[in-house]
Design a protein around this ligand. Structure first.
Ligand SMILES: Nc1ncnc2c1ncn2[C@@H]1O[C@H](COP(=O)(O)OP(=O)(O)O)[C@@H](O)[C@H]1O
Ligand SMILES: [Mg+2]
Length: 366
C-alpha cells in the first residue's frame, strides 16, 4: 500500500507546471518542484533560500491577512534576470499553525508567441484584402472608362471626316482625339496594375530607359536641383514592359523632385548586382561582380523624407500626401506591383529630414 504522503510527493514532483510552496506570511520559499527548477533556472538549494518576491514582479502580500493578490497575466524573473510571461494561481492553507501558500505557474511563452503570430497574419490578410478590393475597383473603373474613350475616339474620326468634307479646319478635333488616346493609355496602365490585362513583355535594355528619363529630366528640372546620373558600363537586358518601366522611373524621379524644397539633389544610379542586399559593382567597374545576374536601380534624393507611418503606406494604391489634383497615389503602388511581378525586389529607405532612397532590383535575362 502506497503512503498518501508519497502519492502527493510524486504528484508534486511530476507536475508539468512549476509549483512553488512558500511561507504564507513571509513569502519565504519552502519547496519547489523540478518543473519550477527548470523554469526559473535556480538549483534547488538556491531556490529554497529565496523569497517569492524575488521571482514575482507583481504579486503582493497583504501581511495582515496573509492573502496574496495575483494579476491575471504577469511575468516572473528567472535566475538570468529575464522576464518570462506566466499565468499564476496562488492558494493558501494552514498546516499545524503555519500559514502556507502554493503557487502554480503556467508558462505562457509559446501561447503569446502564437498569439502575436496570429495577429501579424490577420494584419497581413487585412492588407491583402484591401489591396485586392482597391485593385478590383480600379480595374472596374478603368475598364468602363476605356470603353467610353473608345466612343470618343471613334466619334472624333467621324466628326473629322464630316468637317473635312465641309472644308472646315479639323485641328481641335484632332486634339480631342489625341487627349482621348492619352487617357486610354492611362487606363491601360490602371488595368495592367489591376491584373486585368497582361503587360506587354519584351526584352529591353534598362540603360536606354534610364538614359531617356535622365535627359528628359535634365531638360525640364529647375536649375536649383542638382541631378547626378551614374550608369555602369555594359547592357542591362531585362524582361518586362518598357513603357511601364519608363513610367515607374519617371514617377520615382518626380516623387524625388516633389520631396525637395527649393533646392537639393537627385541621384539616379544603375549598376549590376545580384539583389538589393548583395554587393553591387560600382559605376566605375567595367565588369559585373562575380555572378551578378541583375540590375539595381536607385533614385535617391536629399528631400524631406518620410516618417515610418507614411513609409508603411506609400505602396497602397491611392495613398498620397499631396494636395488634391497633385498626386494620384498610384505611382509607388504601380512601381511596387510592376517590380514584384517581374520577379524583382523593391525597397524604400527614408526617414524625416534624411531624404529617401528607392531601390529596385530586376533580374537580367541571359
Ligand atoms: N522621394 C520621396 N520623398 C518623400 N516622400 C515620398 C517620396 N516618394 C513618395 N513619397 C510619399 O509617398 C506618397 C505616395 O507616392 P506615389 O505613390 O508616387 O503617389 P503620389 O506621388 O501621387 O502622391 C507621396 O504622396 C509621398 O507622401
Ligand atoms: Mg508619385
Amino acid at each position: 500500500m502506497l503512503s498518501q504522503d508519497k502519492v502527493y510527493r510524486c504528484a508534486f514532483e511530476a507536475s508539468i507546471n512549476p509549483i512553488v510552496l512558500f511561507d504564507g506570511h513571509t513569502g519565504r520559499i519552502l519547496d519547489v518542484n523540478p518543473a519550477a527548477i527548470e523554469f526559473y533556472g535556480y538549483e534547488k538549494q538556491e531556490a529554497l533560500g529565496l523569497n517569492l518576491t524575488q521571482l514575482c514582479k507583481e504579486e503582493t502580500l497583504d501581511p495582515s491577512t496573509g492573502d496574496w493578490a495575483v494579476p491575471l497575466l504577469t511575468s516572473h524573473i528567472n535566475r538570468a534576470g529575464a522576464a518570462l510571461p506566466v499565468d499564476v494561481s496562488i492558494g493558501s492553507f494552514a498546516l499545524s499553525d503555519q500559514q502556507m501558500g502554493v503557487m502554480i505557474i503556467r508558462d505562457m511563452r509559446e501561447q503569446l508567441r502564437l498569439e502575436t503570430e496570429r495577429e501579424e497574419l490577420k494584419d497581413q490578410l487585412r492588407h491583402i484584402q484591401k489591396m485586392e478590393a482597391l485593385g478590383r475597383l480600379a480595374g472596374g473603373v478603368a475598364h468602363d472608362f476605356r470603353n467610353e474613350l473608345t466612343i470618343i475616339t471613334l466619334s472624333c474620326e467621324l466628326v473629322k471626316k464630316q468637317l473635312q468634307d465641309a472644308a472646315v479646319p479639323t485641328e481641335s478635333v484632332s486634339q480631342i482625339r489625341r487627349a482621348a488616346e492619352r487617357a486610354a493609355s492611362l487606363t491601360e496602365r490602371l488595368l495592367s496594375f489591376a491584373h486585368k490585362d497582361t503587360a506587354h513583355t519584351v526584352r529591353f535594355d534598362l540603360r536606354n530607359i534610364v538614359e531617356e528619363i535622365a535627359s528628359l529630366v535634365e531638360r525640364t528640372i529647375g536649375r536649383k536641383i542638382k541631378l547626378t546620373i551614374n550608369i555602369a558600363p555594359g547592357p542591362f537586358q531585362v524582361e518586362g514592359d518598357p513603357g511601364q518601366m519608363t513610367q515607374v522611373l519617371l514617377n520615382l524621379v518626380l516623387n524625388a523632385r516633389d520631396a525637395l524644397l527649393a533646392s537639393g539633389e537627385i541621384a539616379i544610379s544603375l549598376v549590376h548586382a545580384d539583389g538589393l542586399d548583395a554587393a553591387a559593382a560600382s559605376p566605375e567597374q567595367s565588369d559585373r561582380p562575380a555572378g551578378a545576374r541583375g540590375a539595381r536601380l536607385e533614385v535617391r534624393d536629399n528631400g524631406v523624407g518620410m516618417s515610418d507611418d507614411i513609409k508603411a503606406r506609400v505602396c497602397e494604391p491611392f495613398f498620397t500626401t499631396k494636395a488634391p489634383g497633385k498626386g494620384t497615389g498610384l505611382g509607388l503602388s504601380m512601381a511596387y506591383a510592376a517590380v514584384t511581378q517581374a520577379g524583382g525586389e523593391f525597397r524604400i529607405e527614408s526617414s524625416p529630414g534624411n531624404g529617401t532612397s528607392v531601390q529596385i532590383y530586376l533580374p537580367t535575362a541571359g
